[in-house]
Design a binder for this molecule. Structure first.
Ligand SMILES: O=P(O)(O)OC[C@H]1O[C@](O)(CO)[C@@H](O)[C@@H]1O
Length: 407
């Protein structure tokens, strides 16, 4: 089977490059499977007073994902057909290290929820194993400081507010609790400026300027807490200043990648805002009102937890995204899914690898895995000279890349 593609490869394939596997000891993908996943199992074990049944299931998952093979989902799994369509039949019986890294890493979180009884039936049904760490981050001093900064920002010119909130949403992506488990001090080591690509000007042209009809923004969210809050603040600003008429916030239908946002996390974030002192509360109440009158809608499409690239999205999601004037795709995992989790040469044009997308798309991402496209050769040379390969995974660099006419 060439390149290990899942059986359902769509006719909308993009230009090709080798799919990333986790099979190379010493490589970043390998370290995530071999070290980070066991660390996440340890963290989950300690986060709740789970019983012997859950601990045994976590033991079995640990053995399977580090030394074993991909095993079939239980016959009564609610999403068995979906995972069969997502390639599980092709990968069952194979090492987690020998199948596409995006697939095995994503499948790990599905199996982790099974192990702790999240899908039920039973006492642990619907109990988010990552909630304690998400709430701790939401209630942190850092969040207080970021919200307090809004009081000063509100007096600034509107264009300056917009740029500050856009960058707040971008750098908020460092709020990835899974990442923190293995590299908390990364921020202090950056040798080269943070932004490696910046299409901000193009992005603003796609969000109704003065006199232009206020269209629809779709924001495909990533992490909860200190990332989701700046995402919501950006949406509130764009609604309040008539740059958009409506926003659709795409979140995850269940806990995923430790800190990815679910609807429960959106509610927690809005409550955090409305409870805050000063301008933050005003933002919170405006967002709450926008939810009530439909100007802000939350969606949780099952494909947001699929181990597949967006090029393989189902038609209903494709049709929905096609109605947006702009789709902002947040974070590292979504970037891998947007451009394809492949070893692209870094100067591969972003527009080429996003041609499959059904409408204008902007990626806001801090770099936490090896996939990269759309760099100019000088920037790549400077980064390599200063940091070798570290710039790709350290989380200290970011990008704003826009493709205004794909599809
Ligand atoms: O929260 P984000 O920005 O999607 O980051 C998640 C990224 O972290 C990792 O799990 C490991 O760095 C990547 O595999 C994944 O792409």
């Amino acid at each position: 089977m060439p390149d290990n593609p899942p059986p359902a490869q769509s006719a909308r394939s993009v230009p090709s490059a080798p799919v990333i596997l986790g099979d190379e000891p010493g490589s970043f993908p390998y370290s995530v499977l071999a070290e980070r996943h066991p660390a996440i199992i340890r963290q989950v074990r300690e986060s709740f007073p789970y019983g012997p049944e859950q601990h045994e299931a976590l033991d079995a998952l640990l053995a399977s994902c580090t030394k074993g093979v991909v095993e079939p989902l239980p016959a009564d799994a609610h999403d068995l057909d979906r995972w069969s369509a997502w390639g599980m039949d092709a990968y069952t019986g194979r090492s987690w290290f020998d199948v596409p890294w995006l697939w095995s890493e994503s499948h790990f979180y599905r199996r982790l929820l099974d192990a702790v009884g999240y899908f039920g039936p039973g006492p642990w049904q619907g109990i988010d194993p990552f909630r304690p760490s998400k709430l701790a981050e939401l209630d942190s001093r850092e969040t207080d400081e970021e919200l307090a900064a809004l009081d000063e920002l509100t007096g600034r010119p509107v264009a300056e507010q917009a740029t500050a909130l856009l960058h707040g949403s971008l750098w908020g992506n460092r709020a990835d609790l899974g990442f923190r488990l293995s590299d908390a001090e990364a921020e202090d080591r950056a040798a080269v400026p943070g932004l490696v690509a910046d299409d901000t000007d193009t992005l603003w042209t796609l969000l109704g300027g003065a006199g232009a009809a206020a269209g629809t923004l779709c924001l495909i969210a990533d992490n909860a807490g200190r990332e989701l809050i700046p995402d919501l603040l950006l949406i509130a600003h764009l609604l309040a200043h008539g740059r958009i008429g409506r926003a659709v916030l795409q979140v995850k239908p269940y806990p995923y990648y430790v800190s990815d946002a679910t609807t429960a996390d959106v509610v927690d974030a809005l409550r955090r805002l409305t409870r805050a002192p000063g301008e933050a509360a005003a933002y919170g109440h405006r967002l709450w009102a926008a939810m009530a009158d439909g100007r802000l809608t939350v969606r949780a499409h099952p494909f947001s937890c699929a181990p597949l690239p967006y090029a393989d999205m189902p038609d209903d999601l494709r049709a929905e995204l096609a109605t947006a004037d702009l789709t902002i795709v947040k974070g590292d995992l979504n970037y891998r899914r947007l451009v394809g989790d492949r070893r692209w040469p870094p100067t591969t044009p972003f527009a080429e690898v996003t041609a499959h997308f059904p409408g204008p798309v902007a990626a806001l991402r801090t770099l936490k895995s090896e996939v990269i496209t759309g760099l100019d050769a000088d920037t790549e040379a400077t980064l390599v000279a200063a940091e070798g390969r570290r710039w790709r995974t350290s989380g200290t660099h970011a990008l704003i890349q826009v493709s205004s006419s794909p599809g």
